[in-house]
Every structure is written in C-alpha cells, then in structure tokens.
Design a protein around this ligand. Structure first.
Ligand code: SAM
Ligand code: SF4
Length: 329
C-alpha cells in the first residue's frame, strides 16, 4: 500500500483494548470512562482485519492498548497472528505493554512468536512509579520485564520524559538498561486527550535531555532504525542504544510507514489527526474480503502528510481529543 505522499505502509499498530490496570498521569485521567463491550471488535474481528492488512503488504504488527495484556483471552489473538508469521509476509509481531501481566504471559507470548517487546517504565523509584501510574507497584512491572528477558525476548524500555518528575533519572535508567541488556527509548509528552492536568508543566524537550546526557555518556550516532520514529544513538559505555522520540521538537512524519487500528475498528491514518475510517461498520455489514481490502486501500489514500502537535502556553488544549490509550501508543 502506497499513500499519496509515496510512503509505503507496512506497519500496523493495533490497540486491542482502551482499558488499563494503571492510570499514568500523562496518558489518562484518573476517572476514565471506558468503552462498552459491544463497541469493541471481537478477537475474531481483530484477527480478520489483521489478516486483510497482511494480504495488503503489512509486514509488522504491534499489539498495544490501553494495556493489551489485560484483554481477556488476548493470547488467542497472539497465537492466531503468530501462526501467520513467515509465509504470509508478516515478519514481526511485537507488543507494547506496561509489563504488569508479563510475569505470567511472557512464555506464552514467546511461544506465539513474539521476539521483541517494549515495556513502559518511566522511573526506577517505587514511590515515583506509584505516583506516575497513580497506583501501580513497580515490582509487578520489574518481574514482568525479567520474565520476558528469561523467555528470550529482546526488551526496549519506553520512558516518557517529564519535567520535574523523572528528568533526574535518565542517567540511572541508561545504566540500569546497560546492566541488563535493554535498549531505552525516551519519549516526549504528546498532547493527546484530557488528562486533568497541565501538560505544559510536564513537557520536556528531548533536545535538552540529549545534551545533558552527553556530559556523562559517549553518545555515538547510528543509522539503526526499527521502522519507528525513534532516532537512536549508541551509548559507548554500555554498548546499548538510546532512542529519542521527538514528535514535538522534530518532524518525524516523512518516513511514516504506519497506521493505527483502535479496539473499535476505527483506522487512524495519523496519530495526530482526526480523519479516520470505520472498519467495524464495514465488517459488520458483512463485507467480503475484497470489500474489506478496498475499504482499507481507500483509507490509505487519505493518509495525511503529518501531524500538527503543539504544546505551549497559548495552546493548552489537546491537539487531538482522544487519549493515547484509545489510538494505541
Ligand atoms: N499500556 C501499554 C504501555 O504503557 O506500554 C501500551 C499503551 S501506552 C498508551 C503506549 C506508550 O505510550 C507508553 O510507552 C506510554 O508511556 C506512551 N504514552 C501514553 N500517553 C502518552 C502521551 N500523552 N505522550 C507521550 N507518550 C505517551
Ligand atoms: Fe495504561 Fe499504558 Fe496509558 Fe500507562 S501509558 S495508563 S500503562 S495505557
């Protein structure tokens, strides 16, 4: 699938639930209302949509959420998608998770074919972890991370950079990731959804972080890419990579190869724009595979050039009203 700007769309991110067992301050309001079950695609519908994307050239699928591993029976979806790895053109099945369920699910994910996993961990301090996630226990995430490592998966830690919250911890996160053989990816806060707080207070440009890190670490440029928006450097002292996702300070849209499917079957062609395609309606109207593929192609033909995220004091409203947990981070 080629979009109007000549970008080849090969990467599908699928949010399988809007629910989560945590309430990270930058992601959700404390009193979130979640979608009624009837609005959600069934696991069979999700699988059918993924299969259609694979037929159209998708070679990488990321399962995300909300917290994907709290969706009931989600392992069935992983097994079905994992069975499509290889011959069908699907090359990678990956997951983004907060790690709380990984201790019990890591082996099953590996058996299904998941070889790389992103786990969100913004701090190594248990009290701060509880504050950021509003009630999470760091040990459940840490146990999950080490279960995934033991199962044989490559691990990338995602940390959202927050001014005055975890900005003093990036050195220790880099050292910790180095000790355990993990890559680290730092993310700028994006203005998505009402979070009952002020995002300008949290926003920390990664350009500042990067120059601070250079005081302690030797950061070597690399052209390593995972097909995502992160720009990586090698940390000479640890031998691991650190990535920077900078939607706010750097336009990362030129090389965008992805679209995002929500748990209700809405396809968003851009994380930062509102235009979408309702694939649930297409499915539930009894579409044939050919009709489903036509609907997907039509959506791709509307993929916009890029996002217009802005955070400053004059723009204190979210750029898009939906939360990251809906579109899938
Ligand atoms: N629950 C899983 C997790 O936390 O990894 C998967 C979904 S979560 C929405 C995916 C990623 O988005 C997480 O790394 C999270 O830190 C990040 N995220 C959530 N809201 C964000 C925001 N407003 N700006 C930047 N990153 C955000
Ligand atoms: Fe849940 Fe992930 Fe959002 Fe945190 S970032 S509230 S773990 S969906």
């Amino acid at each position: 699938m080629i979009d109007p700007f000549g970008r080849s769309i090969t990467y599908l991110r699928v949010s399988v639930t809007d629910r989560c067992d945590l309430r990270c301050v930058y992601c959700m309001a404390e009193d979130m209302t979640f979608l009624p079950k009837r609005d959600l695609l069934t696991l069979e519908e999700l699988d059918r949509l993924c299969a259609a994307f694979i037929r159209l050239g998708t070679n990488k699928i990321r399962i995300t959420g909300g917290e994907p591993l709290v969706r009931r029976d989600v392992m069935t979806l992983f097994r079905n998608l994992g069975a499509r790895l290889g011959e069908s053109g699907l090359q990678e099945l990956v997951v983004t998770t907060n790690g709380t369920q990984l201790a019990k699910m890591a082996d099953g994910l590996h058996e299904a074919g998941v070889r790389r996993i992103n786990v969100s961990l913004d701090t190594l301090d248990p009290d701060k972890f509880a504050r950021i996630t509003r009630w999470g226990k760091i040990d459940s995430t840490l146990d999950g991370i080490f279960a995934a490592k033991a199962a044989g998966m490559a691990i990338k830690i995602n940390a959202v950079a927050m001014k005055g919250v975890n900005e003093d911890e990036f050195d220790s996160l880099i050292a910790w990731c180095g000790d355990h053989g993990f890559d680290l990816c730092l993310i700028e806060t994006m203005p998505m959804g009402d979070i009952s707080g002020d995002r300008t207070e949290q926003y920390l440009p990664l350009s500042i972080v990067r120059s601070r890190l250079r005081r302690r670490w030797t950061l070597e440029d690399t052209d390593y890419r995972t097909g995502g928006p992160a720009r990586y450097v090698n940390v000479a002292e640890t031998g691991r990579r650190v990535g920077f996702i900078t939607p706010m300070t750097h336009n990362f849209c030129e090389s965008c190869n992805r679209v995002r499917l929500t748990c209700t079957g809405t396809l968003f062609m851009c994380l930062g724009q509102d235009d979408d395609a309702d694939l649930r309606q297409v499915l539930r109207n009894g579409a044939s595979d050919a009709e489903l593929e036509a609907a997907i192609r039509e959506a791709i033909s509307r993929k916009p050039k890029g996002h217009d995220f802005i955070i400053d004091r004059r723009h204190d409203r979210p750029a898009v009203a939906r939360h990251m947990s809906v579109t899938g981070g």
